[in-house]
Design a protein around this ligand. Structure first.
Ligand code: ATP
Length: 805
């Protein structure tokens, strides 16, 4: 590019920065001033108002002064918040105010506009000219969606068409243009090349300057109730999802707050990995959770819930244990829509018969028996929904408890407790009764004053009525305290035996079919029943039972919904069952859903296909309300790694590498574990010397991770981190990690610990191996001490190098 052009751009940049600095200098004292003013108003709030309640007018006067003061304070605080935000955004822009420019000649006009695009907008002093446009403005989509030539963008008032005369990208650091590229066919290839060539980080990066056209479509899609994104490994699903959150927050800034968006992540470590993207863009983070966290919260502490990682560890390691096959069948069935339907039918059946209740017991006595509840429950109008009848029963129980509580006051145990009451409790009741009197009685006023003066309680023994009332009140208090937990547990629906109701489903086959109207069951149903019940007896719940259990509980007690949440994002969406999607839909009735996933990485047994006619997800809200976007270009890995992993997956999925080259994946076969570990350590050292500082040894299971970690450490590597399901923060370095925890994360170099036929030979293992290999950005090595996995064996030799040592 011509030097003159570059100089002109640098001059423009200097101009913009000068204006930015001027605005910052102007704002800084204003922000400080507002902060001090607000603090001062707060401090002197009560000094400014004279509280006078002697007459109605005075009272009104006081009331208005307070209101006025509060309004001034809130205005100062609001303005302070606003300007602080502006200041932050200007400071964020200062080192690199923009990253792109398009020159656009709108049809019908005779002069083109230069549109500079950055992380936020910056308007000139005239209040009209945009020196920089926020990347989320409608006009900025020109940059992402078009190349020079005919172009258009959509505004709230319609489509604007014209010609794009120039598209330019900048790399700006500390106010200096380091690089400039003019794009013609595809945008940003050069900038993107440079971005992707960089090393992995402990935090996900924002991709705002190089968003690709197909990603832009998903970021800005705001008409679908459900947006499904099926994207190959490394195609930027997570990155684009986070930009989408930023976009939605910008577009709906008057009506949408960050805490009305929730992201379901695959594991806690992933939460830490993505947590810096939004703040980097000047937005607050959305809520982040895992489904496990959600389920645990709602199940409470009565049952211990297995987590998905223990479940997958079982699936991967317990093949040789008895009844493995039954558990697998159980996992599949309990994730299915058939089971969902079965539970709905079961709830219908319970409406007619079979409800189970927990009687209410008190001091080893039955207060209200399960039988009484049952007959009360079935006396209600059968046309009422189950949950409505439960609601009626709850009200009835609370009323019954009130009656019983009253009766209980005369019980002997209350008499006994009276004897043991602490003197403070007496004193409290005594004062209460006197307070009651004091209001009406002048003599009482006098007695109170006297009491205070002499610092002695007066004698009331002679006053029979008073003593009786005192006792009554004390009895009332004793019983009330003891009944409080009973009331609380009725409010929490503890009178419903959900555990029994769930267990009751897993009786014999004929009974199940009758209660649920189902016709087909897994072959090993009796064993599934046995396993489920044994677990429940130990007050535990398999992971695959958690969502159905909660679902049944809600069919009975009424659905728990969260109407505050407007957008739900589900990352690694292939790992959720159809059942879980139904549950999420119910839970967030007012939310739009964005599901991102890759069926190629479906390593959990309950996986859901995201697209295609048989996808249950498409049926969730119906086709009319669902949009599907496929991302096929993979940005994470070099072309060589993408080609290797693509063939490894061996299905028809389209995966296209982005043009970035590196060495082919390397296969190393060694005689015995010791030699393999020694080799790996040497390779790790070499990677580090090359400047890669995020390196992962990926294993199939957590058990294998522990062994690998120990043996690599013994061989001399201390700077090694073992990542387990308990790890909550993601840090750079060399780590040993099971593949299912590495989901969604990436590393400069990946070393597959043992790619033998023993480890990866079943069809499911293929996806595990694929997921593991696709974590690599720049280098991929596979090791084995035995025969290669058949999936590796089947790869054509041109896809890899073989190590010769
Ligand atoms: N438009 C882009 N510009 C720059 N980098 C990008 C872009 N799209 C994706 N990337 C990079 O590609 C890598 C993979 O992105 P991301 O993790 O979002 O992919 P993913 O589809 O969620 O992957 P996976 O399913 O394997 O977890 C990241 O390093 C991301 O920064």
């Amino acid at each position: 590019m011509e030097a003159k052009e570059r100089q002109a751009e640098q001059e423009r940049l200097d101009q913009v920065r000068k204006k930015l600095k001027a605005r910052i200098e102007e704002l800084e004292p204003e922000v400080t001033g507002l902060r001090d003013q607000a603090a001062e108003i707060r401090r002197r709030f009560w000094e400014e108002v004279t509280v006078n309640t002697s007459s109605d007018e005075e009272f009104e006067e006081t009331f208005y002064t307070i209101k006025q003061q509060a309004a001034v304070l809130s205005e100062r605080e609001r303005r302070h918040r606003l300007l602080t935000q502006q200041l932050k955004s200007l400071n964020r822009m200062l080192p690199s105010p923009y990253f792109g420019r398009v020159d656009f000649l709108e049809d019908g006009l005779n002069q083109s506009e230069q549109i500079y695009i950055g992380v936020s907008s910056f308007i000139d002093e005239d209040g009209l000219s945009f020196l920089v446009y926020d990347w989320r403005t409608p006009i900025a989509s020109l940059y992402y969606d078009h190349s020079p030539g005919e172009a258009s963008y959509v505004t709230p008032v319609g489509q604007i068409t014209g010609t794009m005369e120039l598209k330019r990208q900048y790399q700006i650091q500390s106010g200096q243009i380091r690089n400039m590229f003019d794009a013609n066919v595809t945008i940003g290839d050069e900038l993107l090349q440079q971005m992707l060539a960089k090393g992995a980080d402990s935090q996900m990066k924002s991709i705002v300057s190089t968003i690709q056209k197909e990603q832009n479509a998903l970021i800005r899609n705001d008409h679908s109730r459900l947006l499904i994104v099926q994207g190959a490994a490394g195609s930027g699903k997570t990155s684009a999802a986070l930009q989408r959150v930023a976009y939605l927050l910008y577009k709906n800034r008057d009506s949408l707050k960050a805490d009305q968006i929730v992201l379901f992540s695959p594991n806690p470590i992933f939460n830490s990995y993505v947590s810096s993207v939004l703040p980097e863009l000047g937005e607050e983070n959305m809520q982040q959770t895992t489904l496990q966290e959600y389920l645990e919260y709602w199940l409470g502490s009565s049952l211990r819930l297995e987590d998905p990682f223990d479940q997958i560890e079982y699936v991967l390691t317990a093949q040789a244990t008895p009844n493995y096959e039954a558990r697998l069948q159980g996992i599949k069935y309990k994730a299915s829509e058939a089971f969902l339907r079965a539970l709905q039918n079961y709830a219908q059946w319970l409406g007619r018969e079979g409800m189970l209740f927990n009687g209410i017991r008190f001091r080893d006595r039955d207060l209200i028996t399960a039988e009484q509840m049952r007959s009360q429950f079935y006396s209600y109008d059968p046309s009422l929904r189950l949950a409505n009848r439960v609601d009626l029963l709850q009200k009835w129980l609370l009323k019954e408890l009130s009656l019983l509580e009253r009766k209980e006051r005369r019980a002997d145990w209350v008499e006994e407790e009276l004897q043991y009451l602490e003197s403070e409790q007496y004193a409290e009741v005594f004062t209460m009764l006197h307070k009651e009197r004091e209001v009406f009685d002048i003599a009482e006023h006098y007695a109170v004053v006297n009491e205070k003066k002499s610092n002695k309680r007066r004698e009331d023994e002679g006053d029979f009525d008073f003593a009786k009332r005192e006792e009554d009140l004390l009895r009332q208090r004793i019983v009330k305290t003891s009944f409080k937990p009973l009331r609380q547990s009725v409010r929490k629906f503890s009178f419903i035996d959900v555990q029994g109701l769930y267990a009751q489903l897993f009786g014999d086959e004929a009974a199940y079919l009758e209660k649920t109207n189902e016709t087909k069951l897994p072959v090993l149903w009796p064993e599934i029943c046995k396993q489920t019940k044994e677990k429940l007896d130990r007050l535990e719940l398999f992971y695959e039972d958690a969502t159905p259990y909660l679902y049944l509980k809600e069919l009975i007690e009424g659905v728990r919904t969260n109407t505050e949440i407007r957008h739900v994002f589900v990352d690694e969406g292939q790992d959720y069952s159809p059942f879980q999607y139904e549950y999420l839909k119910k839970l967030f009735p007012r939310a739009r859903m964005t599901v991102l996933g890759d069926f190629g990485q479906a390593i959990f047994t309950q996986a859901t296909k995201l697209q295609g006619a048989e996808s249950p997800l498409v049926l969730l809200y119906g086709e009319a309300e669902t949009s599907l976007i496929c991302l096929v270009r993979s940005y994470r890995s070099t072309r060589e790694i993408v080609e290797f992993t693509k063939v490894l997956l061996s299905d028809e999925s389209e995966i296209a590498p982005f043009e970035r080259s590196g060495p082919k994946p390397l296969l190393a076969r060694l005689e015995g574990g010791e030699k393999r570990d020694a080799r790996m350590l040497k390779d790790i050292a070499a990677f580090k010397a090359e400047g890669f500082d995020s390196i992962a040894v990926i294993t199939k299971t957590a058990a294998e991770s522990r062994t690998a970690f120990e043996s690599l450490r013994i061989q001399g590597s201390e700077a090694l981190h073992l990542i387990t399901k308990e790890t909550v923060t993601f840090e750079k370095g060399v780590m040993v990690i099971p593949v299912y925890l590495a989901k969604g994360i990436e590393f400069d170099a990946v070393l597959i610990y043992e790619a033998s036929s023993q480890a990866y030979s079943r069809e499911n293992d293929r996806k595990l191996l694929y997921t593991a290999c696709t974590r690599a950005m720049h280098r991929l090595r596979l090791y084995t001490t035995g025969d290669w996995s058949p999936f590796v064996e089947a790869l054509p030799a041109y896809l890899y190098e073989k190590a010769s040592y």
